[in-house]
Design a protein around this ligand. Structure first.
Ligand code: AMP
Ligand code: TRP
Length: 361
């Protein structure tokens, strides 16, 4: 069976972009067809200025929203990244395979680092190395497919490169993964700033629909979406990004095709209204389920505890294999040390012989 892995970082409240670009695909498709793991990648939330209490709160909330979106712990594994040490263990090995040039070419790093410097802040080293940790998340599970939004495609490509390079240098160790993107809404744009992605923590708050926004708030944000100067409703991502975004949101929520749907609209107002109602209809059951889950926090904790245990069991052998392959000595328990002393003595003799040879030269 195919192995699927994906994650979401607890850096802000989850958005409609997260849902349409990733979570919905995980719940509706991936968990039913593959052996899947979905992870709240909390270590990734430490790459930018953060408040510890907020990260804890958002991690719990993200896990609850994953379940509210329809992830079923009987079908897939839901867990928190920092509960499984193998991610950080493997990340270091992959840092020894990646190059600094490769890291500096990552678009997200360039954008976020530039923004941080503009604000006069400093850039954490972990922001630069973050895609390596993401590669470790993926490779530790022998992942075949990584369902993500379009903004993560470059990072998954890096994971592919690192897996291939590691295998070539040190022997076959990792499955080489690939990204799978949703057909529609792979990049939901900010409603107020349709040139930029709807991100959890960007500067255009009124243009972000959060999964827990009240229906009235969703309607208001959708009705105030920035459109374009034309009049007819046409699907043209480059020329009419605001309208194209609304068509994509509508299509993604109702299962249609954005270009075909444009023909049904004579005005921007009617399109906004239908798109708003479609979003409300998608979010309502999710919010109801979220309320139920919040009433039973013990359940979410049990899911995360069991999930981490299962995930550890899967990642451990893969990461141990990588440690051996790259040249690290296996940990020596007393019994194993006795059993291995022959090998160790041999190795010592061999290196003494080599040293003598070198001295003689
Ligand atoms: P993040 O919020 O960056 O942790 O993203 C979690 C998942 O949601 C990733 O697969 C992203 O690609 C996806 N995602 C985030 N924002 C958007 C968006 N605006 N449109 C589509 N997918 C998104
Ligand atoms: N970097 C991803 C994002 O910002 C989150 C992430 C971390 C992830 N590790 C992952 C996604 C592994 C898929 C697989 O959205």
């Amino acid at each position: 069976m195919k192995r699927v892995f994906s994650g979401v970082k607890p850096t802000g409240h989850l958005t409609l972009g997260n849902y349409l670009g990733a979570l919905r695909q995980w719940a509706e498709v991936d968990q039913h067809r593959a052996d899947s793991l979905f992870c709240v990648v909390d270590l990734h939330a430490l790459t930018v200025d953060h408040d510890p209490a907020r990260v804890r709160r958002l991690s719990r909330q993200a896990a609850t929203l994953l379940l509210a979106s329809g992830l079923d712990p009987d079908l897939c594994t839901v867990f928190v990244q920092s509960h499984v040490d193998e991610h950080a263990r493997l990340s270091y090995l992959l840092e020894c395979v990646a190059t600094d040039g490769e890291m500096r070419r990552m678009i997200q790093y360039k954008e976020k680092a530039a923004r941080e410097r503009e604000r006069g802040g400093s850039v954490r080293l972990s922001l630069l190395t973050y895609p390596v940790l993401m590669a470790a998340d993926i490779l530790a599970y022998g992942t075949h497919e990584v369902p993500v939004g379009d903004d993560q495609a470059q990072h998954v490509e890096l994971a592919r490169d690192l897996a291939g390079r590691f295998n070539q240098r040190y022997g076959h160790t990792f499955v080489v993964p690939k990204a799978t993107l949703p057909a529609v809404a792979a990049r939901v744009m900010n409603l107020q700033e349709p040139a930029s992605k709807m991100g959890k923590s960007d500067d255009f708050g009124p243009g972000i629909v959060y999964l827990l926004d009240e229906p009235e708030v969703v309607r208001r944000k959708m009705m105030r979406a920035v459109t374009d100067s034309g009049r007819e409703v046409v699907y043209d991502r480059a020329g009419r990004p605001g309208v194209a975004n609304l068509l994509e949101i509508l299509a993604a929520c109702t299962g249609g095709d954005p270009a075909a749907m444009s023909a049904g609209y004579g005005s921007y107002g009617a399109l906004k209204k239908d798109a708003a109602e479609a979003v409300v209809a998608v979010l309502e059951p999710l919010q109801a389920r979220h309320r139920e889950l919040c009433a039973d926090p013990g359940y979410v904790e049990r899911v995360l505890r069991d999930g981490a245990e299962k995930a550890r069991g899967m990642a451990r052998p893969v990461v141990d294999r990588a440690y051996r392959a790259i040249g690290l000595l296996p940990p020596l328990t007393e019994a194993a040390a006795d059993a291995q002393s022959g090998i160790t003595a041999e190795a010592v003799t061999a290196s003494a012989a080599e040293a003598a040879l070198n001295a003689a030269r």
